[in-house]
Ligand binder design. Sequence first.
Ligand SMILES: Nc1nc2c(c(=O)[nH]1)N[C@H]1C(S)=C(S)[C@@H](COP(=O)(O)O)O[C@H]1N2
Ligand SMILES: [Mo]
Length: 223
Amino acid sequence: MAEDEDIPLTGKVREKLVETKQGWARDGRLLTGTTSTPEADRLPPGQRLVTDFPVLDLGVQPDVSREKYRLRIEGLVAAPLRLTLDEFLALPQARRRNDIHCVTQWSRYDNEWEGVPVAALLALARPKEEARFVALTSYDGYTTNLAIEDFARPENLVAHSWAGAPLERQHGGPLRLVVPHLYFWKSPKWLTRVELLREDRPGFWEVRGYHNRGDPWMEERYG
Ligand SMILES: Nc1nc2c(c(=O)[nH]1)N[C@H]1C(S)=C(S)[C@@H](COP(=O)(O)O)O[C@H]1N2
Ligand SMILES: [Mo]
């Protein structure tokens, strides 16, 4: 870990909201007990479609200056990266369109993202063979974790735009991860650090009762 910039959870976290969601996890709320596949059902079990774009976070939307923003890829990599926003934007850009599924039951179809594929970032950083997991940290102190296979999927982007415009701060701008095959809590907003690890390191919601992987079609809401 790079201790110089460890990011604490900011003090104004909406404790009530966290307690409520943690309670739902404890009680297994929202579970339908059915499973499906993306091929069979575009909408995962227990989800309902929305057309607006809800905002969910811990209550703090960090305002990091564009000059100070860094995206770091470190840990078990041959070539650690520490990109400024300008350096990030100078990398080859890609577009993806996908659906997002939040564990609190809303899904939103056809989101258009632009950014840099995770696979391209990993090709630059060159993970060591023993790297099995990633721990992701954001500027609000939020953390989440992924197996490297889930992180490296070709559809995943570190996105800076949504629907043709710069990603709004409330949705994670300037940079957020988008991992559309898992519940949206696995897509951190204001992403700043990707740490490649040998051992898994559960993040904010994962230690509060959420599932470690979060496949919406398997209804992996809670652990
Ligand atoms: N940094 C950060 N990223 C986060 C969160 C958060 O609290 N902080 N919440 C997660 C959750 S639970 C969801 S559903 C989505 C919501 O993204 P949105 O606000 O753009 O809809 O962001 C995820 N990424
Ligand atoms: Mo969520």
